[in-house]
Design a protein around this ligand. Structure first.
Ligand code: T6T
Length: 324
């Protein structure tokens, strides 16, 4: 009898122990909406997000548009909101145009965290402005990235000559900040002239033609900063097509696998790899922490890895190349 009673007591305490654990067993669904689906940067971000989702038992939904454009991203966002996920991670494709569409998510009680890009000023949860409602912003320090790019290009061109920025379009927080950081740093280099920025709409072919047009107008062009993956690939192709490999120096933001060849052949001097997997990982962790009652930092800054001929063969460096 005594033994039976002991078992009964054990069963009761076991129930007590198990009950709260079961309450936390809710399977959360977190949606990740990238800037576009066919970009190694966001493909890598998804992998990091999936790793965190697997570790936490979260259901991750990845849904995006095929191009980097608010006109195609907003309907995707609306469709995601209609499915009522527990949280939304999103790389907004425009600082202003995504504010009202994201407010709908927030008004529907869906927590919003922006990854890579931000809306408004990017300073959230302050009560200031009309776009401070996202809970957190997780991204590279893009102003710093632009400064790093400028210093690398200045070194590559011996601190003198004409350069320009190949950029996507105005209104994107990341690429605007990279250009800002680049120009801020270049203002300290009196021998360098920064020509007018060329906007390519995230189209590498357009970036390549623009390089050739700028070079035709400025045969003394010595460098270009490609402010994102497609801008950089396009600008580098333009340099190659113009037969200027090694003469017109290229500093690239982002690190698709093709950058390895471009670095090894001397077409690209330096590539600044972001850590998109880290952004995705901490995006999911932050959303989960919030959903389970924990406070989260309002900004999380992720790092860079600088790649050039001297280190690109090192596995500790090449592991930061983006997935395809
Ligand atoms: O550079 C990344 C990202 O940080 C930016 O917001 C948009 O372009 C990329 O996705 C690269 O194509």
């Amino acid at each position: 009898k005594k033994i039976v009673a002991a078992f009964a007591a054990l069963a009761v305490s076991a129930t007590v122990l198990i009950a709260p654990a079961q309450a936390q067993d809710k399977k959360y669904t977190i949606a990740l909406i990238p800037g576009l689906t066919t970009d190694g940067f966001y493909i890598t971000m998804r992998k990091g997000a999936q790793a965190a989702a697997d570790a936490l038992g979260v259901n991750l939904v990845f849904q995006g548009a095929p191009d980097f454009n608010p006109v195609t991203q907003v309907p995707v966002l609306d469709a995601v909101i209609a499915k009522k996920p527990d949280a939304i991670l999103i790389a907004p494709t425009d600082k202003v145009q995504l504010v009202e569409p994201l407010r709908k998510a927030n008004d529907a009680g869906i927590p919003v965290i922006t990854v890579d890009t931000f809306i408004g000023s990017g300073v959230y949860q302050t009560g200031a402005g009309d776009a401070d409602f996202p809970l957190a912003y997780i991204a590279s320090d893009n102003v710093l990235g632009g400064e790093i790019a400028a210093r690398a290009l200045a070194t590559a061109i011996g601190d003198k000559g004409k350069v320009y920025v190949s950029n996507v379009k105005p209104g994107i927080s990341t690429t605007d900040q990279r250009e800002e950081g680049f120009k801020k740093e270049m203002a300290k280099h009196s021998g360098i002239t920064v020509l007018e920025t060329q906007f390519n709409d995230d189209d590498a072919n357009k970036a390549a033609s623009q390089l050739q047009a700028v070079f035709a107008r400025n045969p003394d062009l010595v460098g270009v900063f490609g402010a994102n993956l497609f801008s950089a690939l396009g600008a580098a192709n333009g340099v190659k097509q113009a037969g200027q490999t090694g003469t017109v120096k290229v500093v690239a933001f982002d690190a698709p696998t093709s950058i390895v060849d471009n670095i090894n052949t001397g077409l690209v001097d330096v590539a600044i790899a972001q850590h998109p997997a880290e952004i995705g990982y901490y995006g999911v962790v932050s959303a989960y922490a919030h959903l389970t009652g924990h406070s989260i930092p309002v900004t999380i800054g992720t790092g860079f890895t600088i790649m050039d001929k001297s280190n690109i063969a090192d596995p500790n460096i090449s592991k930061y190349l983006y997935s395809e």
